[in-house]
Design a protein around this ligand. Structure first.
Ligand code: SAH
Ligand code: MG
Length: 201
């Protein structure tokens, strides 16, 4: 029964994402991410950028003991996420928060996450990291999606549309920050659209 609800919800989410151009993770990326999470088996996960709740639901499915807290700033997507999760059979383990993660009151969240998944505005990853890493336990892991920026990270700056350049520069700078960060062990995986894994030492 649970499984039927889950399958139905995932299908409805994918359909909605295509129709409304919501950039949810692709199958390849989400499969790899959930495989990495299963290996880590975190109890508490925080996600920045829920969109319609797709990756949150897939993470909850992959981690039967975990709770997922997730933040989305877009009102319409947030409302959609609430509806989908409500009917998914997983609502006890997924907490959806509406708000801008950069202005969000940390008091509303737990203090000790085992994993943080960053998948919101690409130009702001460093700011999300700076704000939220205090909530990550030692030994915890930060996962960042879209590090290849849909292939654009490998392009020469002049080939990149002007309006996207700041975002790409910020993302590259963040990558450098993490690679050089003494408090983290960082790996960049060439899967999906590029997933970066940063383990807190
Ligand atoms: N993780 C989702 C996809 C997220 S798409 C999945 O794979 O299913 C990125 C989302 O981040 C968008 O819906 C966007 O509205 C949201 N977002 C961008 N900046 C944000 C911010 N500062 N705070 C909260 N959400 C943000
Ligand atoms: Mg993404």
């Amino acid at each position: 029964m649970d499984n039927e609800q889950l399958v139905r919800t995932v299908e409805a989410m994918k359909k909605y994402a295509v129709e409304k151009h919501v950039p949810i993770m692709e199958d390849d990326g989400i499969e790899h991410l959930t495989a990495l999470l299963r290996e880590q088996h975190p109890q508490k996960v925080l996600e920045i950028g829920s969109a319609i709740g797709f990756s949150a639901l897939k993470m909850a499915e992959a981690l039967p003991d975990a709770t997922i807290d997730t933040i989305e700033r877009d009102q319409e997507r947030f409302a959609k996420a609430v509806g989908f999760i409500q009917g998914s059979g997983f609502k006890e383990r997924i907490r959806l928060y509406h708000g801008d993660a950069l202005e969000f009151d940390l008091e509303l969240l737990d203090r000790s996450y085992d994993a943080i998944f960053i998948d919101a505005a690409k130009g702001q990853y460093e700011r999300f990291f700076e704000k939220y890493e205090v909530l990550l336990n030692k030994g915890g892991v930060i996962y960042c999606d879209n590090m290849h920026m849909h292939g654009m990270s490998a392009m020469h700056i002049k080939e990149i549309p002007r309006r996207k350049r700041t975002m790409i520069r910020n993302l590259s700078a963040f990558k450098e920050t993490m690679i050089n960060h003494e408090g983290y062990e960082t790996k960049l995986l060439d899967i999906g659209d590029g997933i970066m894994i940063c383990k807190k030492l």
